[in-house]
Design a protein around this ligand. Structure first.
Ligand code: KIV
Length: 287
């Protein structure tokens, strides 16, 4: 990534030059800084926050205030990377004015570049309304985790002909409505490739094979910090969970055996002061 801020124009140029786009989720100041220093182009304050940070078992309980709080921290840590904030569960289906207000808060208070919205043709009018108001919108198709109960679980989408055609149509309609990029989650590689060819905007895949314009993974998944469950499309790049666990265990052990803090971690009073202090306390009597 160069020194310039990443914008939708940057991403479009990357698609046209076939330069892969690297996106990762981030939820706080340190994860944003680390991801940006590592070269990520886009930081997504995803509602996966609910599972990997807040301890829920789905994204459904995550609120706009949760996303806003974490977006503020991420934008403080990101100087160049584009920060996109997720609109939480059901927000895209609220009346137009409410959707607009929610998205505006993420940009005005959270300082996000734009928002991500899950859904297909049923949200196209809202995408259009937001983009008309100057809000950059990233679509999200395929497996949309906010609809997990409706979809019957975390299952691959677009596997039969009607479903594949619906998905392709939705991607084209989102582009027409003004979306500047689309996340495509858990669809067969061939379908993802076709969608990537048929739309002019960048398509960022997750569990969607090798031919999208970019890839996104959840921070805690690729660093093995999210417990034992991990979708099959995730690759673990470093076991940071193990590094952190070992570090904390060593600290706990040293505290228990009183080897931390050591001489180099403490400060001392001057000798004269020690004498005066001890001397004066010796002279004190209980009344
Ligand atoms: O919430 C999230 O982290 C996401 C990504 C998985 C794309 O939507």
């Amino acid at each position: 990534m160069s020194g310039k801020k990443v914008t939708k124009r940057t991403l479009l140029g990357m698609k046209q030059k076939q330069e892969p786009i690297a996106m990762i989720t981030a939820y706080d100041y340190p994860s944003a800084r680390l991801a940006e220093e590592a070269g990520a182009d886009i930081l997504l304050v995803g509602d996966s926050l609910g599972m990997v940070v807040l301890g829920y078992d789905s994204t459904i309980p995550v609120t706009l205030d949760d996303i806003l709080h974490h977006t503020k921290a991420v934008t403080r840590g990101a100087k160049k990377a584009m920060v996109i904030a997720d609109l939480p569960f059901a927000t895209a289906h609220l009346p137009e004015g409410e959707v607009l207000k929610s998205a505006a808060r993420l940009m005005q208070e959270g300082l996000a570049y734009g928002v991500k919205m899950e859904g297909g043709i049923e949200i196209v009018d809202k995408v259009n309304r937001l983009t008309m108001a100057g809000i950059p919108v990233m679509g999200h198709l395929g497996l949309t985790p906010q609809s997990v109960n409706q979809l019957g679980g975390y299952v691959i989408q677009g596997k039969d002909l009607p479903a594949a055609r619906r998905l392709l149509d939705a991607a084209q309609r989102l582009e027409e409505a003004g979306a500047f990029a689309i996340v495509l989650e858990c669809v067969p590689e061939e379908l993802a490739e076709l969608v990537t060819q048929k739309v002019g905007i960048p398509v960022i895949g997750i569990g969607a094979g090798r031919h999208c314009d970019g890839q996104v993974l959840v921070y805690h998944d690729l660093l093995a910090m999210a417990g034992d469950f991990r979708p099959s499309f995730v690759k673990v790049y470093q076991d940071a969970g193990e590094v952190i666990r070992k570090g904390i265990a060593a600290y706990v052990q040293e505290v228990k055996e009183r080897s931390f803090p050591a001489e180099k971690h403490v400060t001392h009073l001057k000798d004269e002061l020690i004498h005066e202090l001890y001397g004066s306390s010796e002279g004190e009597t209980d009344q």
